[in-house]
Write a protein of this length. Structure first.
Length: 505
């Protein structure tokens, strides 16, 4: 941007030594000499302990960059109108004030200073090199938040997920960016690493839910932050990419490392690696996880409802029916058919049900809550009760009308199958009706239900299957009776959902 040829500058002033950046130092230094590349390679080949001696009698330039407050603290002079002049305390305050102005504009500010050596090079250590520096100026870099990251944070807030920023940036820079991204809201606060150190663990625990931004933090601070959130009873996910993030990634309930910029240490410490380094992918993973869990609940609830109903039917029938000609109520092959075919296919389709549109509008579930919530348990009890009452009711109605055992059993067998095929639609949500969800939003379920209905019809009407399943053909009136009762049960469950919602509201 300044019209400099970076390659030419590096060739003219090659690097001969450096003091590396760390999150504790918040700065780094590089030492440069005006030497031919061959001589530089000779110097770099020398062990670090001997390199200092080889650099004596050379003209060297030290460049230091880093956090403005750290750089200015190491400076004794500054450049004014091209001249090197002493840096007064007032000058230092003016520069720090200017740094704050840049930081409040969401700029990441790096300070730059230099020092020249001629013939008497001090030891290649931080304490010896990074002193008596000449301040050159600031570089303010704009790293605008990505639109998808802002949208991801908005979705997190709707889902009850609290996003906390932990950064090495200046506090004012971090606050400005956090406000722009929707992280730092009214009533929430920001802390620096130094301010965090002054808080006891008890004080941090009391305030942790108010703190949304941590600036100028060290690795040990990240561990304290994760621990405080966990002690407050929350499930904590932590993102990171550096070696110093590894301990906090391991400590969090879910450590998320960056796949592109992340170090191997961070990736090994994490539970999940983001291949695209995009925060929005974390939110997408949360949505996917919630959706899968929701479908597991539906799958389990449907099978429990169906099996509980079947067990109740067999138990009550064994007690209530005195005539052994009508026992067992369902033949073993009929029970196997119900569980493997008419239960199995719809249950599998239920497992891939489209996720509810409001899944990211719900608060996080209580980690102590089981797979079966109160709503689902209520639904299981209602559905299994309807299955039992409806199937036994149809059976005894057939007996009262003088049906033989095979016919009565066939009607009951078909009724329970159609009960379950209709009620699977009611199991798609413990709160919403099928009309609110959309009848055709899961085409796989429609196909599975229709397929199961055709298979049940085959069992009834294909002659050679009569002997296998102990069935006989049904009349049109039998079908009307079965379909009306089955559909009425499904409609009753959906009406019950609406009534429960109204009672709660």
């Amino acid at each position: 941007r300044a019209g400099l040829d970076v390659g030419a500058v590096r060739t003219r002033w090659p690097r001969v030594a450096e003091v590396a950046f760390t999150s504790e130092r918040k700065k780094m230094s590089t030492l440069h000499a005006a030497l031919p590349p061959s001589e530089v390679q000779e110097i770099l080949a020398v062990p670090e302990g001997e390199r200092h001696q080889r650099l004596q009698d050379l003209n060297l330039v030290l460049h230091v960059k880093g956090a403005p407050e750290r750089i200015l603290a190491a400076c004794s002079h500054h450049v004014v109108d091209g001249e090197r002049k002493p840096l007064s305390d007032n000058d230092r305050r003016q520069y720090l004030f200017r740094n704050q102005e840049l930081a409040t504009r969401a700029l990441r500010v790096i300070a730059h200073a230099t020092r020249e050596f001629s013939g008497d090079v001090p030891p290649l250590t931080e304490a010896a090199l990074e002193t008596d520096l000449t301040f050159l100026g600031f570089a303010g870099m704009m790293d605008a938040p990505r639109a998808d990251a802002i949208e991801a944070i908005r979705r997190c807030k709707k889902a009850g997920i609290r996003v906390v920023m932990i950064t090495g940036d200046h506090k004012l820079t971090a606050m400005a960016i956090a406000r722009e991204m929707g992280i730092l809201e009214e009533g929430k606060i920001a802390l620096t690493g130094e301010e965090l150190e002054k808080l006891s663990d008890e004080e941090l625990l009391r305030q942790v839910e108010r703190i949304r931004v941590y600036a100028r933090v060290a690795p040990e601070h990240k561990m304290r932050i994760v621990d405080a959130w966990k002690k407050a009873g929350h499930i904590v996910a932590m993102t990171g990419d550096g070696v110093n993030d590894a301990p906090a990634l391991k400590r969090a309930n879910l450590g998320v490392a960056m796949g592109i910029t992340g170090t191997d240490v961070a990736k090994e410490s994490a539970d999940m690696v983001l291949t695209d380094d995009n925060f929005a992918s974390v939110v997408a993973a949360v949505e996917e996880g919630r959706g899968i869990y929701e479908n597991i609940r539906k799958f389990v609830a449907f099978l429990l409802s169906a099996n509980a109903g079947e067990v109740l039917i067999m138990f009550i029938a064994t007690i209530a029916i005195a005539d052994p000609a009508f026992l067992p109520f369902f033949a073993p092959v009929q029970l196997l058919w119900i569980n493997l075919v008419t239960d199995g296919l719809p249950a599998l389709a239920l497992g891939v049900d489209p996720y509810p549109t409001d899944i990211m509008d719900r608060p996080p579930r209580n980690p102590k809550e089981g797979v079966l919530s109160r709503d689902i348990l209520f639904l299981i009890i209602v559905v299994s009760g309807i299955l039992t009452a409806g199937t036994l009711g149809v059976f005894f109605l057939e007996l009262r009308e003088g049906a033989d055992p095979t016919r009565a059993q066939t009607v009951a067998f078909t009724t329970i199958v159609f009960f379950e095929l209709f009620l699977v639609f009611a199991m798609r949500s413990p709160r919403q009706t099928i009309w609110e969800i959309g009848l055709f939003t899961n085409t796989k379920l429609i196909v599975a239900v229709l397929g199961s209905m055709l298979l049940q019809a085959a069992v009834i009407y294909i002659p050679f299957l009569h002997g296998v399943f102990g069935t006989e053909p049904l009349t049109a009136l039998d079908w009307v009776e079965t379909l009306l009762i089955s559909f009425s049960a499904f409609a009753f469950v959906d009406v019950l959902k609406v009534l429960r919602r109204r009672m709660r509201s």
